[in-house]
Design a binder for this molecule. Structure first.
Ligand code: G
Ligand code: MN
Length: 313
């Protein structure tokens, strides 16, 4: 079943994306983390089917909410073999074509745990996906398996910095070197960077100070089931319907409000997809704590009492 982890713009506090992560609920109700079954899924050749069925579930669960927010993307983990013969392109197009979600809202994360055999074939698939407006990311960059070759040769749009690098920012000097190198690389190649596994406010500050725009991790939110994720999305990014806005009273604004110190708002309001959403949706009571927490962390001062002062400049 899909879980959704928000990706936050740490310069503005907005939600920019959600990564779809699989959780396996056993009949007895316990939830298995992917680490416990990813290897099984990959070695048994089920990865392609698993991604496909996740995509369908995601379309049903959050397709309408995502469709109303064209500036928010959905990221899927995709196994290398799913890039063979442009299979993934076919799947994305078939599954999302007649849904509210646009292909420009798709991010496909190449999770590379085994060596990629057909680099030029993969490169063609990446280009074909980009031709349809999808973005392609290299996942887990900086961990033991993920090589520079893929970044240099595949022409991807985005690098996701592995959580092991982010988590050792505070303790290992070479992590900082790795991050700075990735920042240079991304800048030179015109790619976006997303930091994964961000767990502390100090890490957010470090990443933001170096100009990294997007981050995800437990400091913001864990992967959430669709109901919580949708509430959070509404709290962080309420959709104001044209018709509903006329009728709505000012008091109907969500209680979580804007983060106090939000940086400049998006230049132009994002185009809203035509939609039939109920006005109630924008006014629903939210998991105020989570949205407020994210707003606080994304603002430039620590959420509660600072453990230590944030260095000025
Ligand atoms: O490899 P990939 O980046 O696709 O997987 C992300 C994994 O990391 C998920 O299993 C998710 O639950 C986990 N995760 C997400 N945020 C954090 C975090 O802040 N810390 C740690 N340790 N794991 C995280
Ligand atoms: Mn991933």
């Amino acid at each position: 079943m899909p879980y959704y982890q928000p990706v936050v713009d740490i310069q503005t506090g907005k939600m920019v994306s959600a990564e779809v992560l699989v959780r396996w609920r056993k009949p007895n109700g316990t939830i298995l983390e992917p680490a416990a079954f990813v290897e099984l899924v990959e070695t048994s050749g089920l990865a392609v089917d698993l991604t496909r069925s996740l995509m369908r579930r995601v379309r049903e669960e959050i397709g309408s909410a995502i469709g109303k927010r064209p500036h928010v993307t959905i990221a899927f983990n995709v196994a290398p073999e799913h890039f063979d013969d442009a299979l993934i392109l076919n799947d994305v197009a078939t599954i999302f074509d007649s849904s509210p979600v646009k292909l420009t809202q798709m991010v496909l994360e190449l999770t590379e745990r085994s060596r990629i055999e057909n680099l030029s074939g993969m490169r063609d698939t990446v280009a074909a996906l980009q031709g349809k407006g999808c973005k392609v990311a290299i996942d887990d960059m900086g961990n033991d398996h993920c090589g520079l070759t893929y970044v240099l040769k595949l022409g991807v749009d985005m690098i996701k910095i592995d959580k092991s690098i982010v988590q050792s920012i505070d303790t290992q000097g070479d992590s900082k070197t790795t991050i700075e190198t990735l920042i240079d690389l991304a800048r030179n190649m015109g790619m976006d960077l997303v930091a994964e596994g961000v767990e502390t406010f100090e890490q957010v500050t470090y990443l933001r100070d170096r100009g990294i725009k997007a981050a995800q991790g437990y400091v913001f939110a864990p992967p959430l089931p669709s109901s919580s994720f949708l509430q959070l999305l509404d709290a962080m990014d309420p959709v104001v319907e044209a018709a509903a806005a006329d009728a709505a009273q000012p008091a109907a604004a969500p209680p979580t409000a804007e983060p106090a110190q939000t940086a400049p708002a998006r230049a132009a309001p994002a185009k809203l997809a035509p939609t039939r959403a109920t006005p109630a949706q924008a006014a629903k009571p939210m998991p105020a704590n989570l949205a407020a927490k994210i707003a606080a962390i994304s603002a430039k001062a620590p959420p509660a009492r600072p453990a230590r002062a944030v260095a000025a400049g």
